[in-house]
Design a protein around this ligand. Sequence first.
Ligand code: ZN
Length: 253
Amino acid sequence: MTAPADQRTADDIATLRSWIESCGPGGMVFFGGAGVSTESGIPDFRSTGGLYSQKYSYPPETMVSHSFFEARPQEFFQFYFDRMIAPEAKPNQAHKKLAELEQRGVCRAVVTQNIDGLHQVAGSRNVYELHGSVHRNYCTGCKRFFNLEETMQLHQAATDGVPRCPDCDAIVKPDVVLYEEPLDEEVITGAVQAIAQAELLVVAGTSLVVYPAAGLLRYFQGDKLAIVNLSPTSADKSADLCINAKVGEVFGW
Ligand code: ZN
């Protein structure tokens, strides 16, 4: 682990850790974005030089849209399995610490914009996945469930790369929220309730520009809002603490 960049960052990290350690039962909620998984080797697909490359003929936002999935499933799945899946990725220090904090009764819930499922791999149970998960896949015909490994096998077995249900031959669609698709109401409600009950809200690894992140923060009515991000966010001015550091560094104790 690298040392904090300066003494102020080190002090801020110490402050946040003391807030977390002195939090009441279920008092902490963690809201995370792509920056939580970058240290697991999963690139932020919204940042320049990240997931999106020049290799494809369409802009990335187009390729992960619902209409593109409907119109060009072959190219959708080529991009999806090439750039959005990281089956070898492992939880990092932040995922592990949050799972431990949940087990200790400190962390009420994790709300995440990530689709990699690494919080659950690390052991967290109360996770609200705003954008879905690559680990859940459903047949668009008979609704049969497939895990990631099974879906990858269907993808590899298909001549056109489009995973199809062995039962009814309909396309198997990842349970990932594409552009133009609504978020899951139940997930949103759970996330809102958790945030509304938090005394300490830690927002980490997100610039809060992706819908509905900034809106969800409005439900927070607790004492302390802490932001951990490598660049400024829209919520910095209302935060009690802004830490300019990697998420894994902050949660590495
Ligand atoms: Zn089916």
